[in-house]
Design a protein around this ligand. Structure first.
Ligand SMILES: Nc1ncnc2c1ncn2[C@@H]1O[C@H](COP(=O)(O)OP(=O)(O)OP(=O)(O)O)[C@@H](O)[C@H]1O
Length: 357
C-alpha cells in the first residue's frame, strides 16, 4: 500500500443564494473524482491551470476542507472518517508549505517563536532549551544562519522566508509535506535553490512530497510521478520522464508545447498547440469529456457525451481520453480551427503571460 492514497476524492462547494433562507442553487465541482497514490520517499507533482482544483485537493488531504465523497488513506488510515481529535496526531505527520511565505508567517513573531509554536502544540522538543537546539539544527538544515532565531520575517528575503516556511514544517517531524506552489512567488534564480533544498531534505530525511504547481518546469525535476489536472480531475498521469518524453493527453500536449526548449532546432520542429477558449467554470463543467470544448482532436458525439476515465495506455501513462490511441497513431483528424501553428514569438508571449499571472 502507498503511504498516501486518494480514492475518487470529490470536493463540491455549495453555491448559496438568498438573504433569509440560504438555498443551495448549485455546486462548484472543484475536485471531481481524483484517485492517486504517493509512494513513501517519492514526489508526486500535480500540475494544471489556475482554478483546476489543485489547491483544494491538497487542502482536502489535511482536512482543511472536508471532502464530499471518496477516501484519503494515509499510512493505512482513512483520514476523512477520523474524529477531529484523532486527526490532530495525523496533522503533525502531514505538513503544508504555502506559496506566499510572508502571508503565512506572523510578522510580530520572531522565528524562534514561529517555529516553537507548533512544537509546543504537539508536545515536541522537551524543554525550552532543547527546543531551541532542535530549531537551530533545522535552521542549519534549511540553509539559514543560527542567528535567524531572534529575527522577524520582514528581515528576510523571499527565498529565505520560504526556507522558514519549510523549517516550520520540518520541526514537526512530518512524513509527508504538501508543497502548494512552493516557488511561484520567487525569482527564477531563487526557485532552483528552493527546489534543490526540497530535494536534499527529501533525501536526508526520507520525506514524501505532494508538490502542487501551475508550472510544468517547476515539478519536472523534483517529481517521480506527475499528474495533470483539468477542471477537477486528472487527465494524465505518468512517471516524470515518460510524461515529458511523450505527453499523451491533448491537454498535456498543449501545456507542454508552451514550455520553451533551449535548443532552437528542436524548437523549430516542435508541434505547437494553442488552446482556444477559456477554461470553463467548474460550477458548470461541460458534459462528456471536460476538455472537449478546447480539444484540438475532439470528435463529435463520444467526446461531448461520455466522460472518459483514466486508463492505462502503456509506457507508464494513464490517460483519460477516448481517442488517446488514435491520436498517438495519427489516425484521428484534428479540427483545424483549434490548432494554431504559432510562431515562436507568439509562444514566447504566451509563456511570458503565463509567468506574469
Ligand atoms: N471555499 C470555496 N467555495 C467555493 N468555491 C471554491 C472554494 N474554494 C475554491 N473554490 C473554487 O474551486 C475551484 C478550484 O479552486 P482551487 O483554488 O483549488 O484551484 P487551483 O487549481 O489551486 O487554482 P490556483 O492555482 O489559482 O489556486 C475554483 O473555481 C475556485 O473558485
Amino acid at each position: 500500500m502507498s503511504l498516501l492514497e486518494l480514492d475518487d476524492v470529490k470536493v463540491h462547494f455549495p453555491v448559496k443564494k438568498g438573504l433569509v433562507f440560504d438555498r443551495t442553487v448549485g455546486h462548484v465541482y472543484a475536485v471531481d473524482g481524483v484517485s492517486l497514490q504517493v509512494e513513501e520517499g517519492q514526489t508526486y507533482g500535480l500540475v494544471g491551470e489556475s482554478g483546476c482544483g489543485k489547491t483544494t485537493l491538497g487542502r482536502s488531504v489535511l482536512r482543511l476542507v472536508e471532502i464530499t465523497d471518496g477516501s484519503v488513506n494515509f499510512d493505512g488510515t482513512d483520514l476523512a472518517k477520523l474524529p477531529a481529535k484523532e486527526m490532530r496526531t495525523f496533522r503533525r505527520r502531514l505538513q503544508m508549505v504555502f506559496q506566499d511565505p510572508l502571508g503565512s508567517l506572523n510578522p510580530r513573531q520572531n522565528i524562534e517563536s514561529i517555529l516553537s509554536e507548533g512544537m509546543a502544540a504537539h508536545g515536541i522538543g522537551g524543554t525550552r532549551e532543547e527546543r531551541r537546539e532542535k530549531i537551530r539544527d533545522i535552521l542549519t538544515k534549511v540553509g539559514l544562519p543560527a542567528n535567524a532565531l531572534s529575527r522577524y520575517p520582514h528581515e528576510f528575503s523571499g527565498g529565505q522566508r520560504q526556507r522558514i516556511g519549510i523549517a516550520r514544517a520540518l520541526v514537526l517531524e512530518p512524513d509527508v509535506i504538501i508543497c502548494d506552489e512552493p516557488v511561484s512567488a520567487l525569482d527564477v534564480s531563487i526557485q532552483a535553490q528552493v527546489i534543490n533544498l526540497l530535494e536534499e531534505l527529501q533525501e536526508s530525511l526520507g520525506l514524501t512530497y505532494l508538490v502542487i504547481a501551475h508550472d510544468l518546469a517547476v515539478v519536472r525535476h523534483i517529481s517521480d510521478v506527475i499528474g495533470v489536472m483539468y477542471l477537477g480531475s486528472l487527465v494524465e498521469e505518468a512517471p516524470s520522464d515518460a510524461l515529458y518524453a511523450e505527453p499523451r493527453h491533448p491537454y498535456t500536449k498543449a501545456l507542454m508545447s508552451a514550455v520553451p526548449v533551449p535548443d532552437p532546432e528542436v524548437e523549430d520542429r516542435r508541434e505547437r498547440i494553442l488552446l482556444t477558449g477559456d477554461l470553463p467554470s467548474p460550477a458548470n463543467p461541460p458534459a462528456g469529456c471536460r476538455f472537449h470544448t478546447r480539444c484540438p482532436w475532439a470528435q463529435d458525439t463520444l467526446c461531448a457525451t461520455e466522460r472518459p476515465v483514466l486508463k492505462d495506455v502503456g509506457g507508464g501513462h494513464k490517460v483519460a481520453c477516448h481517442f488517446a490511441a488514435e491520436i498517438a497513431a495519427g489516425t484521428v483528424e484534428r479540427t483545424a480551427a483549434s490548432v494554431v501553428p504559432a510562431t515562436r514569438e507568439e509562444m514566447t508571449d504566451r509563456v511570458v503571460e503565463a509567468a506574469a499571472e
